[in-house]
Design a protein around this ligand. Structure first.
Ligand SMILES: [Zn+2]
Length: 242
């Protein structure tokens, strides 16, 4: 499933890359500004030399003694990975940033350092891994963005649209009844198309701060991904590699 989510994310770059109107949306700019502003308040005091590092952006090392700094309490994943805070993330840039950060923060780079710095590098490195995993997945990324706006989504949140639920039931039956590779490919193609539409909708809704609608759309995406999973499981049972 993760592989497919990745595929979908990569697929999106071209589509949104061409959309200059969305990129210049003032809502996005204000979101990015708020994030920077929240980090600009307060100083990070170095545990080793006591230097008070200005907390603009996320700093990993003390500007005076170059020691790895302690983790701030709440780290924004977008800021940590140094990508714009928006749903239609540039996946290639995200992965580049991830690799670059791990090349600096990974515990292997601190094998000759003090125990404290070894410990801090492990903490930073695991935080970077976690943030990368969340931002890479469209569903987790949307959840993360909604949570930042205090919109919680639990596992048992279900769709309330009867027409949609009936359609999903019918599509699940089609998966049960599918017998050939062609049947399954047809179903899978339709799911991928719907996922893409859903992801495009999510982007628009999150950008325009329509959070309730975004939450509904995310729940729909979950159903679609679960359907995708069922199609692949059926393929496995029939010995078909999809
Ligand atoms: Zn220091």
């Amino acid at each position: 499933m993760l592989h497919n989510l990745k595929h979908l994310s990569v697929f999106r770059i071209g589509f949104f890359g061409a959309n200059a109107d969305q990129r210049s949306n003032p809502l996005r700019k204000s979101m990015a500004f708020r994030t920077i502003a929240s980090y600009a308040s307060g100083l990070l005091k170095c545990w080793r030399c006591g230097n008070e590092n200005a907390a603009v952006g996320i700093q990993f090392k003390c500007t005076k003694c170059q020691s790895l700094l302690e983790l701030p309490g709440d780290v924004d994943h977008f800021q940590l990975l140094r990508v714009d805070k928006r749903f239609d993330i540039d996946v290639k840039a995200l992965t580049n940033q991830f690799r670059q950060l791990q090349s600096v923060l990974h515990p292997d780079k601190f094998s000759n350092s003090s125990e404290k710095e070894k410990h801090l590098s492990a903490e930073w490195s695991s935080l970077v891994n976690k943030a990368y995993k969340i931002l890479l997945s469209p569903i987790q990324r949307a959840e993360y963005m909604l949570k930042a706006h205090n919109v919680q989504i639990s596992e048992d949140n279900t769709a309330t649209n009867t027409k949609f639920l009936m359609e999903m039931m019918a599509r699940n039956e089609e998966v049960d009844e599918a017998e050939t590779e062609m049947d399954l490919i047809k179903l899978l193609t339709a799911v991928h198309k719907d996922c893409q539409i859903c992801i495009d909708q999510l982007e628009i809704l999150l950008t325009s701060n329509k959070l309730t609608e975004a939450k509904d759309q995310l729940i729909i995406l979950r159903y679609l991904l679960s359907l995708e999973n069922s199609i692949k499981e059926k393929g496995n049972r029939l010995g078909i590699n999809l």
